[in-house]
Design a protein around this ligand. Structure first.
Ligand SMILES: Cc1cc2nc3c(=O)[nH]c(=O)nc-3n(C[C@H](O)[C@H](O)[C@H](O)COP(=O)(O)OP(=O)(O)OC[C@H]3O[C@@H](n4cnc5c(N)ncnc54)[C@H](O)[C@@H]3O)c2cc1C
Length: 470
């Protein structure tokens, strides 16, 4: 049958591509894989010439009436890898066991140690640049040397040797086969020199594998089931609704569309679509006395962990500092470099009041409902004016201005939560649906807790892990 395959993978971004990376190595030459991608392949040149990342307007694909809380992603081949800033810290070991360590949130069904070798593999595939030391245990050094600190970073590193590090990043420090090195121009969303890792510049070759049939402009509408198993997917292609059959279905469409597709597939669960979350961030502009900045070699030069892990997480959330080396200068003659800018990123505690549902106005789209961040997170933000000056005391500060919060952190998480208990989770620790055992749901939708750290390295490691354990 023309539309019969062994496996169907939906989406072509991090979660699907890293799954395929391990899966293709594991299965035989005769396996038939259908990949369905809703958007098109817009080349890097196309993106530059059209000054946009995709031919599809992401906001038109879902409903959101809350302009205070927006959600950002890219539709098209390679998904949001086109837009990301390629910040790749790992989660901290305690992020996986928030409940048992600090009595809040949820534990993950998987530990840092279990994921460690998968982190290492993703870092190798992405050619991540990172420090020789690190805030979390590592079995191997980063593949690329670190980017250079700016001068305020050097002061903070000296004061906090175990809490301040060059940022781990897939913005190249050294040229790779496909990418030049980062020039720190600060326009990482659409990197003009194509130096950050994207699916298009490093993993597009996967989709040329003879076992894969890639269909673009193919929007999946739902998963087909029969006798408790997934039997295929329904999708729109070339103006017609079609069905493709397979023995295994893998969704990698992000934490807005994964739950929506399950909701439209009549696979209910009390938590499906619930706990939609991401981090929230504030900005600090720090004017310095006699210290110049912006000498680093990439757009974000460092991460500070001074407000991240510790007993305070029983009471208020962890905060990751991201030091932006983009020259947002001081408008003062002779002192224009005497400033450092940082983003303060706070974890949220996922809450069922924030969710994704099938839109009542237009059932062909998901709708996001966000009714606020947790009190746990807001307590941490309220404490920032007191805690930040103390943490930055080693710097010669003239003025410190805090602003925010951001409307989006561009990290969508939590709506198809993973866990050991089918009553309180939808997928198991291998991202297999608890009820439909030949259905995998990849990506940040599985995250049981938020962590202030950027999620995509972990999303990619989980995809390698899921393929390995299949
Ligand atoms: C501006 C920006 C900056 C970011 N910076 C960072 C960063 O520095 N570090 C970090 O860790 N993370 C960052 N992120 C987040 C990161 O991009 C996401 O975590 C990551 O892309 C998630 O990967 P994914 O494969 O799960 O989903 P996505 O990247 O959202 O991809 C989903 C894929 O599914 C396809 N799709 C969706 N619906 C359907 C359907 N119905 N049928 C068929 N195909 C479908 C889409 O076209 C796409 O290919 C950033 C994101 C943005 C937008």
């Amino acid at each position: 049958m023309d539309n019969a395959f062994d496996i169907i993978v939906v989406g072509t971004s991090f979660s699907s591509s890293f799954f395929l990376y391990n899966y293709l190595n594991k299965v035989g030459k005769s396996v038939r894989i259908l990949v369905l991608e809703r958007g098109q392949k817009n080349s890097h040149l196309w993106q530059l010439q059209n000054r946009k990342l995709s031919s599809v307007v992401a906001d038109s694909t879902f409903v959101n009436h809350n302009q205070h809380k927006i959600w950002k992603f890219i539709v098209g081949f390679g998904g949001s890898s086109r837009a990301w800033w390629a910040c790749t810290p790992r989660l901290m070991p305690n992020d996986f066991k928030l409940k048992s360590t600090y009595g809040v949130g949820r534990d993950w069904p998987i530990s840092y140690d279990e994921l460690e070798s998968y982190y290492t593999k993703v870092e190798r595939i992405m050619s991540v640049s990172g420090p020789s030391d690190a805030p979390y245990p590592r079995s191997q050094p980063y593949p690329q040397p670190p980017h250079l600190f700016n001068d305020p970073d050097k002061i903070l590193k000296q004061a906090y040797p175990d809490l301040y590090f060059q940022q781990a990043t897939a913005r190249a420090r050294q040229a790779t086969k496909n990418r030049a090195l980062c020039c720190g121009n600060g326009v990482c969303g659409l990197c003009p020199t194509d130096v950050k890792f994207t699916i298009q510049n490093e993993l597009e070759y996967l989709y040329s594998d003879s076992r894969i049939t890639l269909r673009l402009d193919a929007e999946v509408l739902g998963v087909e089931t029969s006798a408790g198993n997934a039997s295929g997917v329904r999708y729109l292609h070339e103006g017609a609704e079609k069905i493709a059959r397979a023995d295994l279905v893998v969704l990698g469409t992000n934490a807005i569309f994964n739950p929506y597709l399950l909701q439209r597939s009549n696979l209910p669960h009390p938590l499906l679509g619930k706990r939609l979350n991401e981090q929230i961030s504030m900005w600090a502009k720090i004017d310095l006395i006699g210290v110049d900045s912006f000498q680093g070699t990439t757009s974000i030069s460092a991460n500070g962990y001074m407000l991240y892990d510790g007993p305070h997480r029983s009471e208020y959330s962890a905060c990751l500092m991201e030091i932006h080396n983009v020259p947002n200068l001081r408008a003062e003659h002779g002192r224009w470099q005497q400033r450092t800018n940082m983003k303060l990123i706070f974890e949220d505690l996922p809450d069922e009041k924030n969710y994704v549902k099938v839109s009542e106005a237009d059932s062909s789209k998901p709708e996001t409902i966000h009714q606020g961040f947790s009190a746990y997170t807001m307590r941490a933000i309220d404490k920032l004016p007191e805690l930040l000056p103390k943490a930055l005391a080693p710097l010669p500060i003239e003025n410190l201005t805090i602003s925010g919060p951001s409307r989006s952190e561009s990290h969508i998480l939590g709506t198809v939560v993973m866990g050991d208990d089918p009553k309180t989770s939808i997928v198991d620790k291998y991202l297999v649906h608890h009820q439909v055992r030949n259905l995998l749901v990849l990506g940040g939708s599985a995250f049981p807790s938020c962590s202030p750290s950027n999620p995509t390295l972990t999303i990619s490691a989980l995809s390698l892990w899921a393929a390995k354990h299949l």
